[in-house]
Design a protein around this ligand. Structure first.
Ligand code: ADP
Ligand code: MG
Length: 703
């Protein structure tokens, strides 16, 4: 493309823009109406405005604080002049110079200097003042035609792109404009005509053009809300393709037949009842009924069990496992860590003591000789249930007849490992369990191809965890409280954030904290440290010692997040709680309150908290309902941050936003189902999915 030299090409590649399509599908993040500029004389404080003018002077203004730099610029149009300032961006001195024609966009504030714009977004239109600078309706209002470049960047509604590397919004605008010229006048359209008609969607070629260069007079508010006809069309297209893949995957799964569905007799029911250590909650009963109904069907189960920490998912999984074993089928139960696998193993073995079933544990720590014996017995069928870690998905692990695969805490596993475990059986039933509630708005995306059981009810006798937020200035009070609890015989967690980019620094902080606590604050208590850099067996040793009560205080990074049970631990202090995600904090605090004692979670934060920070901590002190917290978390952070990684099963979207556009996702789902039901369209759409879906959306979905 014109104007793309090797350096620019490298920048483009770096930004993930390799093809013309990449460029065209990188949509503007917002739009600015530059068909009409406000005159400087007419500006009002506290309202965002865009101004077009000439740079009069600019430079770094000295301040008293040596490391604090203010870049200041004076801009004028025909009606007056305006000051703009930026903090700590000294490089701007190489960007601006007098006489440039610039556009500034930002909010105005009134202070001692008069009206000024603070850190406005900017664009340099040309190195010389424009003929029409400052006159409303630049350029060419004086009758001279504007240059091609002017026509792109001013005098119309212009797209604003996210800046990446050295690629400014203006360069992107120019490149996109060129790319659009190269497009043929008609493009193939993946959306079937009836779908387009029903959803009132415009043509694809037109949409691509207008999403970048909206027609004159288009409502800018609608554009900035991503609801223009062009945006709707392109978002729908993406969601439709996505749902086609999900629906097809679901249909393929439903077409499979397992070798043997389970049969439930009175004897099965009696065997299950005998094992039950307590009365099930209503939600547990419902979940078990849903699971066992699936297991009796000819097609394999693909079910997700969602239940907050402590809602009692393990017993539900065990009941399903018993039904499978009563039917002569084997069960694999996979947990994300050694400690969890062991805990499940000891609990389940205790509950099944009186039964005839043989249970075993298989982890990375299992000695080689024992491992060989276990593998032989699994293949021979004399072991009925194996509980373990990733060790279960190793190549040489084979079953005689695997009927049910249970996967605990699904977010810790990659999609691949789930698929591998499934492949160990001939279409076994799969039950995935998670304690991270998935907000309703994300449901169609994250588990669109799974059936879902939800448990919101907690087992009886559980006290809610008393959660409070405290500034660090009240640390002494917090320590005094911890001391009282330990003196009463309890144990405490003190949690440190571990942000990946600065793992070393944080680790140092956690280590120093542990030293400080054990030497100065709690010299009379036993303090241990647990973090992710420890080898697995060192971690297990520390954790097991804490479970046995050999330590009073466990200082830890978030490695303890997942399901470990220490009923005697009654306090958790979270350092720098403002750095954690809400759902993560909720998971963390679920580590306490697992015994008979009243439990506490204290969220220490660094003052001052931002408005959002305050809201976030308030969500946690307000409610102990993980589902509600997940909804609030999503609303505060947006779906990208909510899950963090791609591993979590979120697709890479380039047009749509799961939160903003979730109603469209529901429409897309309905249309995808209808289109695949229509024999005239189904074949072409299936081919489309087979050739482009994985590449387009990545490995998505659970199991
Ligand atoms: P999670 O859903 O977090 O995995 P668990 O299965 O570990 O929860 O259960 C948490 C605790 O609650 C366990 O100690 C378990 O024995 C207990 N529990 C589960 N269901 C019930 C119930 N219906 N009545 C009493 N206690 C229960
Ligand atoms: Mg659990």
């Amino acid at each position: 493309m014109k104007g793309v030299g090797p350096r620019r090409a490298a920048d483009l590649r770096h930004a993930g823009l390799v093809t013309v399509e990449d460029l065209l599908y990188r949509f503007p993040v917002r739009y600015e109406d530059r068909s009409q500029f406000q005159t400087i004389a007419s500006l009002k404080p506290n309202v965002p405005a865009s101004v077009s003018g000439e740079v009069v002077s600019c430079g770094i203004r000295p301040t008293r604080r040596p490391r604090f730099k203010i870049f200041e610029m004076l801009v004028r149009d025909r009606t007056g002049s305006l000051r703009a300032i930026w903090f700590n961006q000294p490089f701007l001195k190489d960007v601006f110079r007098p006489h440039q024609h610039v556009i500034l966009f930002g909010k105005l504030e009134l202070n001692a200097f008069g009206l000024q714009m603070q850190s406005p977004q900017y664009e340099i239109i040309s190195e010389e003042p424009d003929e029409g600078t400052g006159t409303p309706g630049t350029p060419g209002t004086d009758g001279t035609p504007g240059t091609e470049s002017d026509a792109l960047h001013v005098g119309r509604i212009v797209p604003i792109y996210e800046k990446t590397g050295t690629l400014t919004t203006k360069m992107q605008r120019t490149l996109v404009h060129q790319a659009l010229q190269t497009l043929p006048s008609a493009l193939p359209d993946p959306l079937p005509a009836p779908v387009r008609r029903r959803q009132q969607l415009i043509d694809r070629r037109l949409a691509l053009e207008q999403v970048h260069f909206p027609p004159a007079g288009a409502p800018v508010d609608q554009l900035n809300a991503f609801r223009s006809p062009a945006q709707r069309r392109l978002i729908f297209e993406e969601f439709f393709l996505f749902q086609l893949g999900i629906v097809l995957r679901r249909r393929r799964a439903d077409a499979e037949r397992k070798p043997r569905a389970v049969v439930v007799t009175d004897a099965t029911r009696e065997a299950v009842r005998r094992v039950l250590p307590f009365k099930l909650t209503g939600d547990q009963k419902t979940a078990i009924r849903e699971i066992v109904t699936d297991m009796q069907r000819p097609q394999p189960m693909n079910r997700l069990l969602q239940g907050d920490v402590g809602s009692g998912k393990t017993i539900v999984a065990l009941m399903a496992g018993l039904v499978a074993m009563e039917n002569g089928l084997q069960v694999a139960f996979m947990a994300p860590t050694e400690i969890l696998a062991e805990q499940h193993y000891f609990n389940i073995r205790r509950m099944l003591e009186q039964s005839r079933f043989r249970i075993t544990l298989l982890t990375g720590n299992t000695p080689a000789k024992q491992r060989r014996e276990i593998l032989a017995e699994l293949a021979g069928g004399s072991i009925h249930m194996v509980i373990g870690t990733h060790a279960l998905v190793q190549e040489d692990v084979a079953f005689r007849e695997l009927g049910l695969a249970i996967i605990d805490e699904q977010h810790r596993f990659g999609v691949l490992q789930r698929a591998t475990l499934r492949a160990k059986g001939l279409h076994p039933d799969v039950l995935v369990m998670t304690a991270t509630p998935i907000p309703r708005t994300l449901a169609l995306t994250t588990y669109g191809d799974l059936d879902v059981s939800i448990m919101r009810e907690m087992p009886p006798g559980r006290h809610p965890i008393a959660t409070t937020a405290r500034p660090e200035s009240r640390r002494d009070e917090v320590y005094a409280f911890v001391r009282r609890e330990i003196e009463a015989g309890r144990q405490a967690y003190i949690i440190y954030p571990l942000v990946e980019e600065s793992a070393k620094v944080d680790l140092k902080a956690a280590t120093e904290m542990a030293d400080h606590l054990s030497q100065e604050v709690f010299p009379d208590f036993r303090v241990a440290l647990l973090h992710g850099r420890l080898k697995q067996d060192a971690k297990d040793r520390v954790m097991n010692a804490f479970v046995r009560g050999e330590f009073d205080i466990l200082v830890s990074t978030t490695v303890i997040e997942v399901g470990v049970d220490v009923p005697n631990a009654s306090v958790m202090v979270v350092e720098h709680s403002e750095r954690f995600g809400l759902s993560q904090l909720h998971q963390l605090r679920g580590r306490v309150g697992r015994g008979a004692h009243k439990s506490y979670c204290i969220l220490l934060y660094q003052s001052p908290l931002s408005e959002q920070g305050r809201e976030r901590l308030k969500a946690l002190t307000d409610t102990s309902d993980g589902f509600e917290i997940a909804e609030r978390d999503l609303a505060l952070r947006g779906p990208g941050d909510f899950f963090g990684t791609r591993q979590s099963g979120m697709p890479t979207l380039r047009a749509g936003d799961l939160l903003r556009d979730h109603a469209m996702m529901e429409d897309a789902r309905r249309e995808a189902v209808a289109a695949l039901d229509d024999p005239e369209q189904a074949a072409a759409l299936t081919t489309l999915v087979n050739t482009s879906w994985e590449q387009r959306f990545g490995l998505v979905g659970i199991g």
